[in-house]
Every structure is written in C-alpha cells, then in structure tokens.
Design a protein around this ligand. Structure first.
Ligand SMILES: O=C(O)CCC(=O)C(=O)O
Ligand SMILES: [Fe+2]
Length: 191
C-alpha cells in the first residue's frame, strides 16, 4: 500500500514538471504578460490530480460509451493510455480519430482553461472512450488546472476563476444534464 502511494506521488511529481514545461513552450507566443497571473497560477501543482481508469471488457457495446463525448476543464491533460488496447477517440475536422496506443508514449490533450487563456487560439479537444468487446483497458490521466482563485482574462471571455468555471459546470450538469463549458463565459453567449 505504502509503495503504491509513493509510486503515485513520484508519478505526480514528474507529470507536473512535464505539464509546466509543455505549457511554458506552448504559451511562449501568447501575450500572457498583460495578465496579473504568474506561471505558477496558470498551471498549479496544488490543484493537479492523477486519475486511474479501468474500462472493463464489454461484449454488449450497445450499452454506450466508456466515457461520453466531452472536453476536459483542465489546462492540459496528460494521458498514459493502455499500450495494447485502444479506445480513446478525438474529434478532428468533424471526424472521430482513434488514438493509436503506442508504448512509452504520453498523449497531451488541451483543456478548456488552455482555450480560454489563449483567447481561443488553442482549442480544447472533444474526445470520448469506446468500450472494448474483448479486453479491459487501463489509463492513467494527469490533469493540471489553474490555481483556484486566479482570474483568467482574455479578450473573448469575461474574467473568471477556475472555481467559478467548475461551479458553473456542476450547476449545468445538475440542471441540464450536460456541461455547457466555455460558452457560458464568452462575452457573446451562444449555446
Ligand atoms: O481514459 C482515457 O483515455 C481518457 C479519459 C478522459 O478523457 C478523462 O478522464 O477526461
Ligand atoms: Fe477527458
């Protein structure tokens, strides 16, 4: 038990470092200096989390999806997907593409916070997970978020904190049954 905990903590340390490095490189050409946020507030280690998923094999694929279509609310999501069993699909140019499992390879997805911070220059990717008829699938996902109270400001959006975003998502899921997400925070709301 203790060993497992240590391993996870070590994993988190590395993934948080990787996420910060990727973020810094990606935003080099964005003018984030106008905002009052520091690099630590854009990608906060405190709010980051590791999640492990096990999707059991399921012969009846009509039961639905392993995970329904969604965008992540994160800044970045770094997935360590099963290197044998595929399932993850991303939407690109209106087409669903299956992300091929490749050993020792991490997949980086952009989340809603990255889209807002970049003023829509970078888009958060729509994705979903298929169930597999014959084999179970395991994935380990690391999500990084802004620090809770930091105000995200970019021209297309009303200033908001990640806390406000998360609360709005929870409210919408409860009231409407789905996440509205970023359109709630745009100056011109279309949803
Ligand atoms: O299991 C996966 O590969 C993706 C999981 C996912 O999209 C999520 O947790 O947001
Ligand atoms: Fe996701």
């Amino acid at each position: 038990m203790a060993d497992y905990r240590l391993l996870l903590m070590e994993y988190e340390t590395h993934l948080s470092r990787i996420a910060t490095t990727i973020f810094k490189v990606m935003v080099k050409n964005l003018d984030l200096n106008n905002n009052n946020m520091t690099m630590k507030q854009y990608v906060s280690r405190e709010t980051g989390m590791v999640r492990m998923y096990r999707y059991p094999a399921c012969s009846d694929t009509s039961i639905g999806w392993g995970m329904e279509v969604h965008t992540d609310s994160s800044v970045l999501s770094i997935l360590n997907q099963d290197d044998q069993v595929s399932g993850l699909q991303v939407l690109k140019d209106d087409q669903w593409l299956t992300v091929k499992p490749i050993s020792n390879t991490l997949i980086v997805n952009l989340g809603d916070m990255m889209q807002a911070m970049s003023n829509d220059k970078y888009k958060s990717v729509q994705h979903r997970v298929r169930v597999n008829k014959e084999r179970e699938r395991i994935s380990i996902c690391y999500f990084v978020f802004p620090s809770e109270g930091a105000v995200i400001e970019s021209p297309n959006y009303k200033p908001f904190t990640y806390n406000e975003f998360r609360e709005q998502v929870q409210q919408d899921v409860k009231a409407l049954g789905y996440k509205v997400g970023l359109p709630r925070f745009k100056h011109s709301q279309h949803f």
